[in-house]
Every structure is written in structure tokens, then in C-alpha cells.
Ligand binder design. Structure first.
Ligand code: SAM
Length: 247
């Protein structure tokens, strides 16, 4: 595979006030080639064209970090050391975040062992030392003392309805930790339901970002949720229940 990723430095700068260093750009390129190769063994992503990969995997993953890149970061911005990416699949948003933020320690969690084995090998090749791996259901990790209430930041992209994502994420967060829940469209009706779920789980919706993707102008939202109270030990509910019966 000889296709190379675009750099798009001006777009990074305009949208995120940030640009990858040469080393980070090289890591993005190796990540791209690694995911293309991995696609042959594990079904990781349909997104394989260079521009599409750049926009829908790299840019989209890092767009969730937009508040950290703002010239005047919002006062609610948490200090982050430990991150968990829940339902990471082919490593998104976790891997671009681990590359862009080497000082953060990023745990990649997915219930599919094959994907996690692939990511472990890929991170070895990329020499990404700030990553860890968990082949586990989010519901199981959320009840495990080694993971419950251990993370400053949880990210969840494309893993189900927003309240299901919140039920996976909030138990894993330390008090005052944040979840970033990635959405496409976001409606008032969804927000009403989501607010009810957050009340139950001890979360508060602090901010919503909305933007268009820079190349194809797709609609995106990110929900920033703060854990304001300890999550009741009833949550997460048993495996499969949060997805089947969202709060
Ligand atoms: N987050 C990635 C992205 O945005 O490209 C992958 C999204 S993919 C549609 C959903 C992933 O979530 C799959 O890899 C699946 O195995 C994982 N997943 C779904 N439910 C899960 C759960 N309860 N616990 C852990 N992983 C889960």
C-alpha cells in the first residue's frame, strides 16, 4: 500500500489551533498503514481512502479535544492523566489522542479480543508507550475495582445511544472526571432523554460542541459530561442491558 495521508496543516491550525509535529505526522502515517494492513485480519474500518481516513478517523477523533486547544481554554477543562477509550474498535478516538497527547496514558477497551490483540501489536510497532489494552465488555470493566472510578477522561464514539455510552463511561470515571461522547446529529429530544440518564448516573452535561467536518461538511457533536457524584453501584447494569434498555 503506497497511499499516503494528507498533512492538512492549515486545516488543523484553523479548526483546532494545533498542528502535528513531524514525528506525530509520521505516527499518523504509520497508524494509517497499520490499520489498512490490520483490516485484512480483523474487520476494523470501512474508511480506507487517505482523505476520508484523515477526516473521519484522525480529525474527528481529535476534534473531541478542541477545548484543550482553544486559545483560552474553558474554566471547566479537567486536568487529564488517565484516559479510557470505550469500544475503541480500530483504535478511534484513542490512538490519535495517544499520539497527539503523549503525556496522557490511554487505555483502549473493546469487547472483541481480536481487535485488542491487533491494537497491542500496532502500538508496539508505533512505539506508543502511553497505551494499555483491555479486551473486556465496558459493563464488566465498570464493575472491576481495577478500573471502576480510575480514569480522568473517558471517550466513546459510535458505540450506541448517548445514554448507553454514559452508562459505560461514568462508572469508570473518578469523581470530577469527564466523558466525551461523540455524536453525529444531536436533537432536543435526545438531550431530554440523556439528561434523565445523567441524573441517574451522577453526571452533568457541561458543554456541547458542534461543528462540520472540514472536508465533507458532515455534522458532528461532542457532549462533555462531568461526573459530579459517585455512580450508584447498581450501574453499569449487567452485560447487554445498557444497550438493550438505554436509561
Ligand atoms: N470507536 C470506534 C470508532 O469510532 O471507529 C469503533 C466503533 S464500532 C462501531 C463499535 C465498537 O464497540 C466495536 O468494536 C465493538 O466491539 C465495541 N463494543 C460495543 N459494545 C461494547 C461494550 N459493551 N463493551 C466494549 N466494547 C463494545
Amino acid at each position: 500500500m503506497t497511499e499516503t495521508l494528507p498533512v492538512n496543516g492549515e486545516i488543523w491550525q484553523r479548526t483546532l489551533h494545533w498542528q502535528p509535529s513531524e514525528t506525530q505526522q509520521a505516527s499518523f502515517g504509520r497508524l494509517y498503514q497499520g490499520v489498512l494492513a490490520g483490516n485484512r485480519q480483523a474487520n476494523l474500518t470501512r474508511i480506507t481512502e487517505p482523505d476520508e481516513f484523515w477526516e473521519k478517523h484522525l480529525w474527528d477523533s481529535l476534534s473531541g479535544l478542541a477545548p484543550w486547544y482553544e486559545p483560552q481554554p474553558p474554566d471547566w477543562l479537567p486536568t487529564v492523566k488517565s484516559v479510557i477509550d470505550i469500544g475503541t474498535g480500530g483504535g478511534f478516538p484513542g490512538l490519535p489522542v495517544a499520539i497527539a497527547r503523549p503525556q496522557w496514558h490511554v487505555t483502549l477497551l473493546d469487547s472483541t479480543r481480536k481487535k485488542i490483540t491487533f491494537l497491542e501489536t500496532l502500538c508496539g510497532q508505533l512505539e506508543l508507550a502511553n497505551t494499555a489494552f483491555l479486551a473486556e465488555r465496558a459493563e464488566t470493566a465498570g464493575r472491576d475495582g481495577n478500573h471502576r472510578a480510575q480514569y480522568d477522561l473517558a471517550m466513546v464514539r459510535a458505540v450506541g445511544p448517548a445514554s448507553t455510552c454514559a452508562e459505560y463511561a461514568l462508572p469508570l470515571l473518578k469523581k470530577s472526571g469527564f466523558a466525551i461522547i461523540f455524536r453525529g446529529q444531536w436533537t432536543d429530544e435526545e438531550e431530554d432523554l440523556f439528561m434523565g440518564a445523567l441524573d441517574t448516573l451522577g453526571g452533568e452535561l457541561v458543554a456541547i460542541s458542534s461543528w462540520e467536518t472540514p472536508l465533507t461538511h458532515g455534522i458532528r457533536h461532542c457532549l462533555y459530561v462531568k461526573k459530579i457524584e459517585k455512580t450508584d453501584k447498581e450501574f453499569p447494569r449487567p452485560v447487554g442491558v445498557p444497550a438493550k434498555y438505554p436509561l
